[in-house]
Design a protein around this ligand. Sequence first.
Ligand code: XMP
Length: 325
Amino acid sequence: TWTTATFVEESIQEIRVKVAKKRVLLALSGGVDSSTLAFLLHKAIGDQLTCVFIDQGFMRKYEPERLVKLFQEQFHIPVEHVSVRDRFLRALTGITDPEEKRRIIGHEFIHAFEEASKEFGPFDYLAQGTLYPDVIESANTSIDPQTGERVAVKIKSHHNVGGLPRDLIFKLVEPLQKLFKDEVRQVGRSVGLPEEIVNRHPFPGPGLAIRIIGEVTAERLNILRDADLIVRQEIKHHGLYHDYWQAFAVLLPIRSVGVMGDQRTYAYPIVLRVVTSEDGMTADWARVPHHVLEVMSNRIVNEVKGVNRVLLDITSKPPGTIEWE
Ligand code: XMP
């Protein structure tokens, strides 16, 4: 029978055999997969592992600091915190199309990742938090014709294969590839990841950038970050966090008139998006209790400068998607 203890032991042995004395690079995101992966690899190969956290500036409030601190102080796993915030924001200047945004963010990420792999490398292996469902889809990898091993094709294709220096084609180490999400959670929990990471709501790779409709600016990011924090605080405070698949804020790039004290305001609206779902493929808008909505609305308008109106998204998926972009 499958137990987390035997899984942890066996995968540590397998990692040691496979990696031997070579060096491994891991891009840490703070999600349960990459966090569990970091823990396993660090146990298996210690300082042959380098964890890089690429901070593109679209994370939620306090998360980058918290992530690095958690790993370093609680797990004693060193993390290279690479801040590339300005570069991402600059690349998105004037960009409003959602697909274009995603493309640019993806491109910048690969670029930052390559730079990090050169700066801290060279590395032979790239650790990926591939899960069983991803293996079945198997879209991001291919077989290296020279060695017959699975390699990361995403990084290759960006460079029109062939032109890429050999040290940027990684062999993959994917210890989670036989697991389903709930098994990763069990493993994560058993190795001591806090509940906060183990049961975290999904968070998209492009982060808050796709929750700001239209152009992403530093001002809008700050506003959204503060509103998002209030949404999460209130959902947790009312014991609802585990009832929902996701609960977050979206900023709309329009302004409407309001009044505060005896002052007229002209500011952004924030949309509350709260959904229930089994797998993210379909979703229902959550019937959040009115008193919780009330607190969120009051707090957001009172505490977040630049917001004077709060809306509720009551669209299911389909026809709406969970994210707005
Ligand atoms: P949609 O918006 O398509 O989202 O209904 C379905 C689920 O996927 C998440 N999502 C992403 N996750 N990178 C990710 O890692 C992305 O680019 C991305 N886009 C959407 C979304 O948060 C939801 O849980």
